[in-house]
Ligand binder design. Structure first.
Ligand SMILES: [Zn+2]
Length: 269
């Protein structure tokens, strides 16, 4: 992989996990595939987006959901929008050049319009599924944001949406990798930094426990792919790399809070 002088491989690359909402009224049984002996125990979940800043380059992984969506779906406590926290980190939503969408569930696509300069990178198979005849079926449909999907389909005509297949280099040192499992075209993001490799797994592993104990999440599109995703994420991180799960409150224990933004942002590297 080539590293440009202003690329993400530079020593000043910073990666943040930005927590914009959480849900306390949640139990283990909602989150793990198959029977869990402690299925009624409390199991709060966090909602994040991830910011990669390197020199002139600003890349965002996922677009969260809006305060309005939090009110409509209920139970979710909204902290502040990802754009506000990005500003507090000294960046600006208007400067985000690439918006990587891990997948098209409602909690990852709500603020796409608030990053107007960003080209949107997602897997072709993900958009294909959510515009297919199966999109509105069953349990999976409840996790969709039809308006966001419609506008992505529209933006595909303007050139703003970049549909990719499998592995793709988004910026120097930043690559996406399709893993599937949770949704048909779920992708994870690998970032090379001078301080090591970071894999922003999003819902490739919702919690540390999924990947560390080989325990699939409860919402499954394809079980073998979910196990394969764990293997791919481990391989992408390598022995010294860091894996950041998509929804784990323990992210706030394993990585240091950004001073002044406790509860809202941690610095991964
Ligand atoms: Zn999610």
């Amino acid at each position: 992989m080539t590293a440009e002088p202003s690329g993400v491989g530079d020593g000043d690359t910073r990666v943040y996990a930005i927590r914009f909402a959480h849900r306390e009224a949640s139990v283990r049984g909602e989150h793990f595939y198959g029977h869990d002996p402690c299925s009624e125990s409390p199991f709060p979940i966090d909602y994040y987006v991830w910011l990669i800043v390197s020199g002139e380059r600003t890349v965002l992984v996922d677009a969260g959901f809006t305060a309005e969506t939090a009110r409509r779906r209920g139970k979710r406590d909204y902290l502040q929008s990802p754009m506000e926290t990005i500003a507090a980190l000294g960046s600006d939503a208007g400067r985000v050049s690439h918006l990587i969408l891990s997948h098209l569930h409602y909690d990852h696509v709500g603020h796409v319009a608030d990053f107007p300069s960003a080209s949107v990178v997602l897997q072709e198979s993900e958009l294909a599924f959510w515009t297919s005849r199966h999109a509105g079926r069953g349990e999976h449909a409840r996790l969709a944001d039809p308006e966001a999907i419609a506008s992505l389909a529209r933006e595909n005509f303007t050139g703003r949406v970049r549909l990719v297949n499998g592995e793709h280099e988004v910026a120097p040192g930043v690559t996406v990798h399709r893993v599937g499992g949770h949704t048909p075209g779920l992708q994870v993001t690998r970032v090379e930094t001078a301080r090591g490799i970071v894999v922003l797994a999003a819902d490739g592993t919702h919690f540390f426990e999924n990947i560390e104990q080989d325990r699939p999440y409860g919402v499954v599109n394809h079980l073998p792919s979910m196990y394969e995703a764990f293997d791919t994420i481990r391989a992408l991180a390598g022995p010294a790399g860091v894996v950041v799960p998509g929804h784990d409150p323990r992210v706030r224990e394993r990585f240091p809070a950004v001073p002044g933004l406790e509860g809202l942002a941690v610095r991964v590297v």
